[in-house]
Structure formats: structure tokens, C-alpha cells
Design a protein around this ligand. Sequence first.
Ligand code: ACM
Ligand code: ZN
Length: 648
Amino acid sequence: MAAALCLVSYAQTGPDVLIPKPVSATLLPGETNADAAVKTVIGSRKFKAAVKGLPDYAAKEAYRLTIKGKTAVVEALTEEGAFRGKSTFEYMKKMSPDGRLASCVVFDYPRLRHRGLMFDISRHFRDKNFILKQLELMASIKMNVLHLHLTDDAGWRIQIDKYPKLTKMAAWRDKALWKDWNETGHNYAKEGEPEAFGGYLTKDDVREILAFAAERHITIIPEIELPGHSLEVTKAYTETACLDSTGSSPVFTSDLCPGSDFALQMFKDILDEVIELFPSEFIHIGGDEASKSAWGSCPRCVSRMKANGLKDVDELQSWFVRQFDEYLASKGRRLLGWDEIMQGGLAPGATVMSWRGTEHGIKAASAGHDVVMSPENWCYINRNQDNPLALGEFVGGYLPLSRVYEYNPADGFTDTAHLLGLQGNLWTEHVPTDANFEFKAYPRAFAIAEIGWSPQEVRDFDEFRPRAVLLADYIRGLGYNPFDLHTEWGERPEKGREVSHLARGCKVVYNIPYSDKYPAEGDESLVNGLQGGWTYVGGRWQGFQSDFDVTVDLGKKQRLSFVGGHFLANIGAWIGFPVKIEIQTSDDGVNFTPCFETYCQVKAADDGAQYVLLGDFIDAEARYVRIKAPRYDRPYHDWLFIDEIIIK
Ligand code: ACM
Ligand code: ZN
């Protein structure tokens, strides 16, 4: 029997596999083996000359890697630069299927100084080992900041010695899933109870995370949220909650009481312990989405406003944040906060993390504040990245890898001197497991890494995507769970296809107006032939926080054979299908004749999004068609979304 010899031949692995793409890479003749000895040269005169003219932060991380003959030489100014260079060599080795590397020179440095991810470990707790695992991967793609969202309504996640009830009472809850907990009255549990779900990082855990991160030149920025998103604090320490207008009982709104001297002192004490643990220059104090709803009537808040000449609750928030800006500054640290800290006046030393679009960051930078960009429409990597029918629960827009990658943090800035960098944020309301977290984080975090490191002019999505596939496949082999780009659907096909029908371009009278939050393209939207994408955000789906009721004027009497509409449901975002669609016709627009009603036979599922064309055949002649679609009187069916009326 003849033996079959199968020879697989690979090209040598070169710098073209790398994420992030380096500033420059030059192939040399010949090849090198992956077991080449690594030699590090720090601070040579030659390398100093090579990085002359780079900003300090870039020079600090710059390296030159020369892979040639039997050695890989890494030149750098600092240990950090040498680490980045060695990471590049390690990356190429890992991607090489047979240990053969192209001889080459890579000269490289970062575009921006802050290349981060944020992990929300409050809504669903992620433990020390999970964090260490992610740090390892982040270092390999040259990310240098991990921002930990340690505290929020759903759980306090860090040991604080002076206030032990924060973890004894508020790091645990009666439901494992945030969604269940959120729908059942926000009940906490006590540490050690059999049905207590949650957890927290002990100070020893934090020290281990910090040491691991430091070895990889990653800074951990802790976030201690105030004054919003603090229900757990107000439940554990009632003194931090606002009072009702009589001053006799606490009001639980999720906000701290900025009028409470106890709350003020407590958070200074907490920050003392946080500062003692975390060496980061920045301490994040949250600052987002405070409802401020109890502040106007709480006697403590009212007297705080009076005493300090504050004209409204925005100024009260600003006053509260300023106390921590000054406190942190007195300890040699800098305050970082979500962009709402600009409401009522930005504290002088504050750095802004811009999440509600880019304009707040741009404005803060032009006023001389440093900013980190994490606009939700590009950087919220918990959002849905593909066909939701295949992926399950999400809220918010469609955010595929390609859209993350298209983001340029410098867009809109006239001067980028205060642009520190960017960050991908992973909020975990709908991220219950480690596997689901990684599924959402990767490969989109690779895009964030490359945006932050590589020069804008070398970036190209079509060229990036195969590198992302390669890395995602590699890390899957290591036990991570990245989204599988091999099976990516891309945007909803209907979005790219126009539909033709009799109502196109006709006048639509809204008997009940659409929501000004989701107008799509206004009064023409439902008859423009254009269909929506996977999500209700994005300008094609029109939203109604009401029943649906419109009349279409076809311009002249005509024969009709079908009437219907395309609806979307997404229970996680409180969007249901209508109960039914009801059709009436008229010749004069005044006297209508009922034609048919068709019930929706699809039940909106608890997770993900669904789409139906709800309508029916008809045999009638008419100029006017009235279409009514009532909502269900059920929880989470608050909204209806429709992208097109179809009349044939
Ligand atoms: C945020 O997404 N509320 C910062
Ligand atoms: Zn108050």
C-alpha cells in the first residue's frame, strides 16, 4: 500500500498578524526561529535618537524589535517599552503554526496613552481569577488600563474595613440574575445566607490583581460610584439616603443624599482605603445618571443648597463632586467621572469620561480638561454584535466589530492635547456568566486596542478583520469564549433592501403621534420603502409609547390586495408586539368601513429581538387606509416599533 505523505507548508509568520498593527514593520531577508534568544537594550543613545520628538507618553512605551538570525533584540527607553516589544515577539510566536518567523524590524509606539476596558462587576460579579485571565489577554494587545466598576445598585464589590455592612449586606442579593433581581423589588441578602448570590473582591484579591496588572504595565482604575447608582449603599447605611420632606423617613431613589454629612465623610473614608490599595493616578467617582429626584424636597439637601448658594439640584451634584475633587487632589490623585459631572459646572481638576456621545468630551477638552472617550454608540461592547435571533438578550444599538473599529476618538476635536484615549465599556445587566462576558468582550476589545495604539492612517477594517479572526481563534484554544466571526451574519438583510408598495411616498396622518425619542425619519418614515436593522436604535424604526394608529392617504381610490406593517419586539427594552392589526378603509377620509383585524400570533420572547410582518390579504377599493395596532396591557410591552407600512 502506498503511503500518502501530506505536507502542509506555511509561510513564515510576520508582523502582519499583529493586533494592534504596528507603526512600522519592515521585512528583512531570511527567517528566524521562534526559539530565538530575546535580548533587551534599554536607554541606548541610538534608541533615544529614534524616539526623539515623540510625546513623552509615546516614547515611554516605544520599542524597536529586530528579529534576525538567532536573536530577537528589543530596544526601548523604559521597562514598559521593553515589555511591549517582547509582547510583540511573543504574539508572533503564538501565531506561528510551525515556529518559523519572518526576519523583520518593528518600530512601534502608541497613538494614545489610555487604551482601556471597563468591566462592570456589580450587576454580575466577576471574580479575581476571571479578572486575571482578562488582564493577560489585554496585555498581549497592548491595552494599558482596566477600569473596574466596583459599586452600583446591584452590588458593592470591594472590601471596605471601616464600613463592613457594604459587603456583609450589599454585596449579596436574593437573585442570581440581575434581571430577576431588578424585577422583584431589589432585595439584598446577607453574606453567608444559603440563597445569597454575589460576592466581592477582598483587599488581598485586589492586591493580587494589582501586582499581576503591574507586571503587565496595566493600570487598574477603581470606580466608586456616587452620588447616583448607589441604592446598595443607602440600604446598608440608611444615613446616606435622602429624607422625605418632613425629615422623618429615608427615601430610597438610588441616589446618595448630598446633604448628608455622614455620606460625605463615609465616601472620604472609603476613598482613603481605596487610595491606600490602588496606586492609579485617577480615581473614578462615577457621577452618571443620578435621578436627583429626592434632592429638591429632602430637608438636608435643601439646607445644603441654601448654605452654599446653590441654585438647583445640578449645582448640588456639582458641589458634591467638587468635595471629592478637592479631597482626591489633597491626596495627590485626580478625579475621573462620567460626563454628567459637567452638569451644574465641572470641578476644576476633573477628567471626563465621555459616554453620552462625543460632544461632552470635546467640550470638556476645549475647556482644558483631560478626557477619555467611550461614546456608547461605538464603545459599549455589551451591545448586540450580530443577529439577535442567534445571540439572545441585549438592549441598545447594533454594534458589530466593524462599527467599533470605525471609531476615531479624535473626530470632532480641534486640538487633541487633552484627549487621553479611549475605552470599551462592558456593562453587565444582561451578562450573567464569564462565558457570556468574554463572548461580548472579544473580538470587539481588539478593535478598541488597535484604535488606541495604531496610527489612524494605517487602520483599515478589511485588513484588520482577518487578524481579528486569527486572534479570536487562537484565544478560543486557550479557553476564552470570543464571538465567532466565522459565523457572523452582519446587519439585518432587510435593512439593505427597499420594498415597493402602493403607500410609498403617500401622506401619513398620525392619529397618535410617534415618540420624539424615536422619530426615525419623521412623517415619511413608514412609507419610504426603507426597513430597519437589528435594533430599534438607528433611525429606521419608529417608536410609539402608545397604541399605533395612522391613516394613509393613497392619493386616489385604488384596488387593494394586502395591508400590513413590519413590527419589532425586544422585551429587554420594553418593546412588545401589538395585540392585533385592525384595518379600515374609506373613500373620503371621514367615513371608515372596518375591513379586517388580524391577531399577532407571535409572543414576544423574554430575550432578544423578533420581527413580524403583521397584516392580511384584502379585496377592496379605497383611497384612505386606517391602520390601528393596540399594545398589550402587560409588563414590558410599553412600546411598539414599526419600520414600514405595506399596502399592495
Ligand atoms: C453609563 O453608561 N451610565 C456611564
Ligand atoms: Zn438629601
